[in-house]
Design a binder for this molecule. Structure first.
Ligand code: PLP
Length: 380
């Protein structure tokens, strides 16, 4: 049997990426910005049903940073952030000299807990500071509790940065993820649902804010013939070559989402008789998840030697990659000194959860290899 390594998530090029890259090369648009960037932004705006304005950037991280800048976040401000996430959600808070306030997850979507969120806001206001923004994440492509989080945010007039890095193609009640926040962000890093090799985007609710994002992302040049700057700028714009890859990838986004969802259904079926394992699925039909990564929670059984780590090692022995869920930010050495609100939901997910191979390009043979490991591991 072919035992080539099976990865969690790999780039999957099947659209017209080369055509758009060639166009960029032959027209000499080899820079940041350009026709592919404009067209890629249009593709994304179309996907988001033209309800919002998209500015393509060089990463999801820079998109979060620009969202904080556009919200006027300054040194000493407090920013609320979901603890259970990738560090890129939180790092830009520190770039601005602001303070992260981390919040636990709830068990239905594994995302920001609305109750802990409100407790935190009330406590921070009591201590003299109203948080400047809330960073909410759609983890593994499952939408957070959109309505509950919006209700709390509006009650205290705090804007939401919607971290949709993992959720392109997901939706809630028929509306696309990325459009719910005061700002939304996407990532097109190599392992995400579509890729531009490296890239991201910031989603704004107005053309003026999109233009302001482009201004900051291209070194804040004043509108005069010479180079003049009245504000600090950033080199955050997407390159025209990367956007060419993105245009090709947008043509196959829906197919990729369907294939990732098929992987999730495969795992639901594979684990259906294994009581120790729960496959993470969206709470109800209002939530449409792209299942960027399929994940499971394993109930440990000391007698049988079953836990998250022994399962991971069993996959590893068959040259199959799996990985613990995101380690919560409030447990990270670099962030542990900052305030945290909530209980132990995120910690338990980290202790018992595992991400499984989820790529849109896995073959039947690779699925079979995964099934063999699982059946062997849980044999009575
Ligand atoms: C990938 C990711 C990011 C960062 O995106 P980059 O393009 O890698 O900078 C931010 N937040 C979350 C939740 C992510 O998964």
């Amino acid at each position: 049997m072919d035992d080539k390594r099976i990865f969690l998530s790999l780039a999957h090029e099947v659209g017209c990426e080369m055509k758009y890259i060639r166009e960029a090369l032959s027209s000499n648009w080899i820079t940041s910005g350009g026709p592919n960037v404009d067209a890629f932004e249009k593709d994304l705006e179309n996907h988001l049903r033209n309800e919002v304005h998209v500015c393509a950037l060089n990463s999801g991280t820079s998109a979060i940073h620009l969202a904080l800048i556009l919200l006027g976040v300054q040194v000493g401000d407090e920013i609320i952030c979901q603890s259970m996430t990738f560090s890129a959600s939180a790092n830009p808070i520190l770039y601005q000299g602001a303070t992260p306030i981390f919040i636990d997850s709830e068990i239905d979507t594994w995302n920001l807990c609305p109750i802990a969120l409100e407790e935190a806001i009330v406590d921070r206001i009591g201590k003299g500071k109203t948080p400047k923004a809330i960073i909410a994440v759609h983890l593994y492509g499952v939408p957070y509790k959109i309505e509950d989080i919006r209700t709390v945010a509006n009650k205290y007039s705090i804007p939401i940065i919607e971290d949709s890095a993992e959720a392109l193609g997901s939706s809630y009640k028929g509306r696309k993820c990325g459009t719910f926040g005061d700002f939304g962000i996407f990532s097109f890093n190599g392992n995400k649902i579509i890729t531009t090799s490296s890239g991201g985007a910031i989603v704004s609710q107005s053309k003026e804010l999109k233009d302001k994002a482009i201004f900051y992302a291209t070194q804040s040049r004043d509108n005069v013939p010479h180079y003049q700057h009245s504000e600090i700028g950033y080199n955050y714009r997407m390159s025209n070559i990367c956007a060419g890859i993105g245009r090709g990838q947008m043509e196959v986004l829906d197919d990729h989402v369907a294939l990732r969802r098929k992987m999730n259904a495969f795992y639901v079926d594979l684990f259906k008789d294994i009581v120790a394992v729960t496959v993470f699925t969206a709470p109800d039909d209002d939530y449409f998840a792209n299942y960027w990564l399929s994940t499971i929670v394993i109930k440990p059984n000391v007698e049988k030697g079953i836990d998250r780590e022994t399962m991971r090692l069993a996959f590893e022995a068959a040259n199959i990659e799996s990985r613990p869920l995101w380690k919560p930010m409030h447990l990270q050495p670099v962030f542990e000194k900052y305030p945290y609100y909530g209980g132990k939901v995120a910690e338990a997910l980290f202790d018992y959860g595992l991400c499984l191979p989820s790529g849109s390009n896995l073959t039947d043979m690779e699925r079979e290899r995964i099934a063999v490991v699982v059946k062997g591991f849980f044999v009575e």
